[in-house]
Design a protein around this ligand. Structure first.
Ligand code: AHR
Length: 626
């Protein structure tokens, strides 16, 4: 192949192109990125969290009473907070028994590391008491222990630090009353002190670091389907997820488990700030999933939020802007400051709607929200939705509404085969430049059995060259979903798999990372000529050349989805290189490989140079030009 860069045709492209999509699916939040180690800390698990109402999924899930002469019950008559009605009551006749939590597949601890244990306790009948708290290994070895005092009377908060004496992959947390009498317990929480950036109520350091390693320019949250829920009562309400943990409103996760809301809007904003990414919250457009009850998220309630409740709902969304950006003297800005962040979060984007079915019910509500945001917060870019992109849906109607309202950007979603991505590289080349910009909010290459392998990763890499080429239209793009916990996966493939102790990025992860690391703000068209002019061959070679104008670096991204190596003659066409050496990163292997990793080597470059694109490979060459 010959690849001739055309610097004279350089054009600006979106600097935000590559971001991430975070949804609490596959235990991505509780039991995942959220570093809480106690499962069902709030005693709010409910059989209704599970499809078909699983009776074992209840307030005492993950908790057992071990030992005799003590009873364990769940009560709700005098809660710590009305939003968290259930709590444990231990009635101890003679000390010895303990309330034990199994964690999420066990509690992983590391020797020498410190863990913050906090809980609320109540000794309604007095007198003051003591509780022995311990981390115990599967072999019944005590890994850490402390005794805490409990004041008599109403709820008080208790805290101590446990230091692990040894490593364990699946320890348990035990709370043993040392005094006879009644003891109520709630919000029993254990966090490693080593969270990402050391944040309290923070994120699991290794997982957050893997996400940061993508270098995402934005983070979309909290979904996906989770954002709009599968019924009116299940819509994600951001106000329910801020403030003291006991005052947040836990709820059913439509993927079949429980959302503690411990990872809430404050934590999302803070994470974005910590990794230098723009926050992109997505709120429901006043309708739950597919608003007719037949969408990806499963059944749902018909219709949207009643129109006479929409003013309040719209106000909630306006308040979100105040929470993120308002001064500390505003009602919601003050709450942000109280949470420890007086400075604004500089929110610039809000997504309204997620893959909704485009109906009159949707349009009426979306229009209200859109107009209110536009009027009150013209500084915010609203991202609309054009609905799901699959057969039988009215994709065009979403575009019509966007056109009518002049929505600046719309969210598109498509999960397709590698072949679809190969054959639709011109999807945005054909795009009408006068229409709304695009946020490709969810995409992934899907094969039967849903693996994440080199074939899917290369199809995504190839399609991303087309997104860079169309970076004037496609402003943002995020692969979905991001995280999946082994053994708790509702959706495949995902970008990063993990268990309690290991993080397992997929091949697709490295494609995203290479695009994140090697983004540009200028696109330089490249003319690609192949000796074989067969369409099927041509479509399997894709090239994108971008420049990062700050560093002056030129980045060549080249995908070869052919089963043979392709020798390439590259002509930078007047761009002189600053050094004869450049870094070249190659991801290559067999299409079915799931554990291929990129390798970076030094290579020789010049204004004209040759390079080989191995069979089934993605090659990135970064060239210094200043
Ligand atoms: O990414 C998984 C799901 O796919 C999202 O929750 C939903 O928006 C889409 O259908």
């Amino acid at each position: 192949a010959s690849i001739t860069v055309q610097p004279q045709m350089a054009r600006p492209i979106s600097e935000l192109l590559l971001g991430i999509f975070f949804e609490d699916i596959n235990y991505a939040a509780d039991g995942g990125l959220y570093a809480e180690l106690v499962q069902n800390r709030d005693f709010e698990y409910n059989p209704g969290d599970k499809e078909g109402r699983d009776p074992g999924w209840n307030s005492s899930h993950s908790w057992t009473l071990q030992g005799a002469n003590t009873s364990f019950a769940v009560d709700s008559s005098t809660p710590v907070h009305p939003h968290n009605p259930h709590y444990a009551v231990l009635d101890t006749k003679a000390p010895g028994a303990a309330l034990v939590n199994a964690g999420f597949d066990g509690i992983p601890v590391k020797q020498g590391e410190k863990y913050d244990l906090t809980f609320f306790a109540r000794r309604p009948d007095g007198p003051k008491g003591k509780v022995l708290v311990s981390l115990v290994s599967q072999q019944q070895e005590v890994l850490a222990q402390a005794t805490v005092d409990i004041a008599p009377g109403n709820w008080t908060s208790v805290s101590t630090v446990l230091t692990a004496a040894a490593d364990a992959t699946a320890a348990q947390l035990s709370l043993q009353p040392l005094s006879p009498g009644r003891l109520s317990l709630d919000m029993i929480s254990l966090f490693p002190q080593k969270t990402f950036r050391g944040r309290k109520n923070g994120l699991r350091a290794d997982l957050a670091q893997a996400i940061a390693g993508i270098h995402p320019r934005f983070v979309r949250f909290p979904g996906g389907c989770v954002a709009h829920g599968d019924g009116l009562g299940n819509i994600y309400r951001w106000k329910n997820t801020i403030g003291p943990l006991e005052a947040r409103v836990p709820q059913r996760n439509l993927w079949g488990y429980h959302q503690s809301a411990g990872l809430g809007y404050f934590e999302y904003f803070q994470f974005c700030e910590d990794i230098g990414a723009e926050p992109v919250p997505v709120v429901a457009a006043g309708v739950p999933c597919q608003n007719s009850g037949a969408g990806t998220c499963g059944g749902g309630q018909q219709g949207g939020i009643p129109m006479d409740e929409m003013d309040e709902y719209v106000q909630d969304i306006l308040d979100l802007v105040e929470y993120a950006n308002g001064g500390v003297n505003t009602k919601w800005g003050k709450k942000r400051a109280e949470a420890g962040h007086p400075a604004p979060f500089h929110l610039k984007y809000i997504g309204v709607g997620n893959e909704d079915l485009i109906t009159d019910v949707f349009e009426e509500r979306f229009t209200l929200i859109y107009k209110a945001l536009k009027e009150k917060h013209p500084e915010i870019t609203v991202i609309g939705t054009v609905g799901p992109f699959f057969e039988g849906t009215d994709y065009e109607e979403g575009w019509d509404i966007a056109g009518k309202l002049q929505v600046p950007m719309v969210d598109e979603h498509y999960y397709q085969s590698p072949g679809w991505f190969i054959h639709n590289q011109d999807f945005y080349d054909r795009y009408d430049r006068s229409k709304s910009k695009v946020y490709l909010g969810e995409y992934a290459a899907h094969l039967p059995g849903r693996p994440s392998n080199l074939e899917t990763a290369l199809a995504e890499a190839l399609y991303l060259t087309a997104l860079e080429r169309n970076g004037d239209v496609v402003q943002m793009a995020s692969y979905a979903p991001l995280l999946a916990k082994e053994g708790h996966t509702q959706w495949k493939p995902d970008l990063i798999y993990f268990n309690n102790t290991a993080v397992k990025p997929t091949v697709g992860y490295y494609v995203q990372q290479l695009y994140g690391l090697h983004a540009g703000d200028e696109y330089l068209p490249g003319a690609v000529a192949l000796s074989n002019n067969d369409d099927a061959v041509k479509k399997r070679i894709a090239v994108s050349v971008v420049r990062d104008t700050k560093s002056g670096d030129l980045v060549l991204k080249m995908v070869n989805l052919l089963p043979v190596a392709v020798q390439s003659a590259i002509d930078l066409n007047g761009i002189s290189v600053a050094s004869g050496q450049a870094l070249k990163t190659i991801l290559q292997g067999r299409p079915g490989d799931e554990d291929t990793r990129p390798v970076t080597i030094s290579c020789e470059v010049a204004e004209k140079f040759n390079t080989a694109l191995p069979a089934y490979s993605f090659t990135v060459i970064r060239i210094k030009t200043k």
